[in-house]
Design a protein around this ligand. Structure first.
Ligand code: KIV
Ligand code: NA
Length: 265
């Protein structure tokens, strides 16, 4: 099978073929998503939320992310695998950001990194890109800045923030990013940015005019229950399916239906 690369997803944008991306945090899920044909797997720092149960993405560490990323990388045969660099690892000195990026690449085996932010971190992005590591940008609702925003509401509704986002998008493209995630911004703005850029945009809560879409896999499969934003389409109610299966198992254990004669040695 031919691996999806940064140049392939760039070609997809040019051809008008939409890019499919889902998050993944473990080997078994990565294998299922990869077999189904998803183009890109994102080892998101949303692992902090849906894997570890934290309220924000801030607590997850580089070591945690490397562990998740290496598991996903082992499970993906065709998909390109992108890993988030976690909060605190790339906003300071360029040397520190570079070292974190190199550690993630060496120790996890992923193919690219994602960093949140625009002009504020542009020198660090340039250094990482110049070292040969493909970088995906992330603008709009960037969850690592949740305490700056105050809530998880839609970003860039006002002209000033929309103008800043466009400036950031151009700066990221200029710095050599191969794609940009646009999270929770008005669909019209996401369309404008997608048309303005040569590199692909991947939207989440950003309408259907971006060059691709990404969802948190636990959300779209209905494992997550409490999180139901307007943009989320739930393709499965896995919470209910698992609940039913586990109830059946408990009942079978209690009644000694399980294991039966063919299930023993
Ligand atoms: O961590 C994550 O899951 C993400 C996506 C929502 C883009 O960054
Ligand atoms: Na993330």
């Amino acid at each position: 099978i031919k691996r999806i690369t940064t140049s392939i997803i760039r070609d997809m944008k040019n051809r008008g073929e939409k890019i499919s991306m889902l998050t993944s945090y473990d080997y078994s899920t990565a294998r299922i998503l990869d077999d189904a044909g998803v183009d890109v797997l994102l080892v998101g720092d949303s692992a902090a939320n849906v894997f570890a149960g934290y309220e924000t993405t801030l607590p997850i560490t580089l070591d945690h992310m490397i562990y998740h990323a290496s598991a996903v990388a082992r499970g993906a045969k065709r998909a390109m695998v992108i890993a988030d660099l976690p909060f605190g690892e790339y906003q300071g000195a360029t040397e520190d950001a570079y070292k974190a990026a190199v550690r993630m690449m060496k120790e996890s085996g992923v193919h690219a990194l994602k960093l949140e932010g625009g002009t504020e971190i542009i020198d660090n992005i340039k250094k990482i890109v110049q070292s040969g590591i493909p970088v995906c940008g992330h603008l709009g609702l960037t969850p690592q800045s949740i305490y700056k925003f105050g809530d998880f509401g839609v970003r860039a509704k006002e002209d000033a923030e929309a103008a800043k986002l466009k400036e950031d998008a151009l700066a990221l493209q200029e710095a050599g990013c191969f794609a940009i995630v646009l999270e929770k911004i008005p669909a019209t703005l996401a369309e404008e940015v997608s048309k303005m850029l040569d590199i692909p945009t991947i939207g989440i809560g950003a309408g259907n005019k971006t060059d691709g879409q990404v969802l948190v896999v636990n959300d779209m499969l209905g494992i997550t229950q409490e999180f139901k934003p307007k943009f989320l389409r739930q393709y499965l109610n896995l919470n209910e399916e698992i609940n039913n299966a586990v109830k059946q198992y408990i009942s079978d254990v209690k009644s000694q239906d399980y294991p039966n004669e063919s299930e023993q040695y």
